[in-house]
Write a new protein. Structure first.
Length: 474
């Protein structure tokens, strides 16, 4: 962290090569998950919890319920581990599948949906086991089984650990370390949740507009430390825009993160396959089987949905159709149009490259563009409307984020954080001047201490040099 006041030209610079060097995983994770959730809570502009609850009162009863349903816990855990080992499936389906199994195996199905404890035990047992099962393809093949496994895989690669068969041969000790760490983490995590539930839950009663500047500052700090480039903030905002659209349209965001993690390895292995076998490798049995499974994943959900529609009564079918139109149409068009534009732009960029170089990118953009066109055509055939007020507000916050990112580099990270948090809490959260100033000043002190203890740098801009000079005097 510098000491002299910054003077001279603007600090805003952006290296175009950033896009070609690759966007850091932490930027993608924060953009697709964290920022959309913050924006969603800001739009509601209220605390997460609206009324008090007596937490920790049913601990003994909960333990008795689990012990009386141990066979269900065992079956759901085994099933969750198996489903977790299937890349990309994981937690998106395992909860509903085990809930369905628990209901079908129960003698009295009338209580499901009304507080039946088996409907809670089965999905939760499977969900916990699913996280561990997703480590199987992640460690052995480098293919993450879930969004959290994708983040874990990215951490392994950053540490120089290459997943693969060697993890159970030459690096078996490291594999056992990971396994035992997961086991201990679940035990310690459960214990901490039990003892800290009540104090942590108090945060949910605080108006989120007061928490937002603090959380956003930590997110920006983490994103900037990836490459310490302005490109990190631009990429964070751009991916957050996609995340906001996908969240409002109920598109699965973990799939986006998994695709990002797998893209580099997939292109590398595709390149090697073409070199070794030329294009005949497309006809090899293993490739055909994997291709068939991919096609099943693409088209079987549509077949199942049509089968379910045939079983519905006319009234149920009409209600479901109207709900789908009102929920998805306009936003799906915008997302598909955005992805189609991305496919066209990147397809045009790689078109002039050598055949071997452009093969994988062209396949990727063809799949992206083709699926986007299918979505657009499908929704043009079934027109509908949605309420766009929340989406417009989300886009407004994204624009505000880009302005803030520019000011972080232009004026300085510390200065902008203090002014932004003070103004936001005072005007938007409508807190008092004392509370607003206390939170903003406390956040500034936290960043100064963090920067000195961890020896990290912030964008100084034009004003942070003065702030650091005053801090050094104190």
């Amino acid at each position: 962290m510098g000491g002299a006041p910054a003077t001279g030209d603007f600090r805003f610079t952006f290296d175009v090569d950033y896009l070609y060097d690759g966007i850091p995983l932490i930027v993608v994770g924060l953009g697709i998950f964290a920022l959309p959730e913050i924006i969603s809570l800001l739009i509601k502009n209220k605390s997460i919890a609206t009324k008090g609850n007596q937490l920790g009162q049913g601990l003994g009863q909960g333990l008795k319920d689990v012990m009386s349903n141990l066979p269900l816990v065992g079956r759901s855990s085994v099933f969750g581990s198996l489903v977790g080992a299937i890349p990309g499936l994981g937690g998106s389906v395992v909860d509903w599948m085990t809930y369905s199994f628990a209901m079908s195996a129960s003698k009295d199905k009338s209580q499901f949906g009304k507080g039946e404890i088996k409907g809670v035990i089965a999905p939760e047992s499977a969900n916990n086991a699913c996280s561990c099962g997703s480590m199987i393809p992640t460690i052995l093949f480098g293919v993450p089984g879930s969004g959290s496994a994708a983040v874990f895989l990215g951490g392994m690669l950053l540490l120089g650990i290459q997943p693969g068969v060697s993890m159970v041969s030459t690096h078996l000790d490291l594999t056992y370390t990971i396994i035992w760490s997961l086991a201990l983490a679940n035990i310690l995590g459960a214990a901490l949740c039990i003892f800290l539930t009540r104090p942590i839950s108090m945060l949910t009663y605080i108006k989120f507009s007061i928490l937002a500047p603090v959380i956003l500052t930590l997110i920006l700090f983490a994103a900037y430390q990836a490459t310490r480039s302005f490109g990190d903030f631009l990429a964070l905002g751009g991916i957050a825009l996609i995340g906001v659209l996908m969240k409002n349209a109920d598109w699965p965001r973990p799939a986006f993160l998994i695709g990002f993690v797998l893209s580099a390895g997939a292109e590398n292995y595709f390149f090697q396959s073409i070199q070794f076998y030329e294009y005949s490798w497309f006809t090899r049995p293993g490739v055909l089987i994997i291709g068939a499974l991919i096609l099943c994943g693409l088209f079987l959900p549509t077949v199942f949905r049509r089968m379910m529609r045939k079983r519905q009564t006319p009234e149920e079918a009409k209600a479901a159709s109207e709900a789908a139109l009102v929920t998805n149409f306009n936003l799906d068009i915008w997302i598909a149009g955005l992805f189609l534009l991305i496919a066209v732009v990147f397809g045009y960029q790689v078109w002039g490259e050598q055949t071997l170089t452009r093969a994988f990118p062209l396949i990727a953009v063809t799949l992206l563009g083709g699926s986007s066109l299918m979505v657009i055509i499908n929704h043009l055939r079934h027109r509908g409307q949605i309420a766009t007020a929340e989406i417009r507000q989300g886009l407004f916050y994204i624009v505000g984020f880009f302005i803030m990112a520019f000011l972080y580099f232009e004026l300085g990270f510390l200065t902008t954080t203090f002014v932004f948090s003070l103004s936001f809490i005072y005007f938007f959260a409508r807190a008092g001047s004392v509370k607003s100033l206390s939170i903003a000043f406390g956040l500034l002190v936290f960043l100064l201490v963090l920067g000195r203890v961890m020896s990290v740098d912030y964008p100084e801009g034009l004003l942070d040099g003065y702030v650091l000079a005053i801090a050094n005097l104190v």
